[in-house]
Design a protein around this ligand. Sequence first.
Ligand code: ZN
Ligand code: ZN
Length: 58
Amino acid sequence: SAPDSQLCVVCLSNPRELVLLECGHICLCADCAEQLPRPRKCPVCRQTITRIIPTFIS
Ligand SMILES: [Zn+2]
Ligand SMILES: [Zn+2]
């Protein structure tokens, strides 16, 4: 299994899959990003999320 540092900070079970912009944090899985209340804010720094792009951490 993935080390804790690579797990989604919300569900703590899925790998981190997304880059949040503009803050640049990689902290969420796709499922949790989908379920964030609008307007979406980064769960780490609370900055408003303007874009979400996929990342690929092996
Ligand atoms: Zn998650
Ligand atoms: Zn952030």
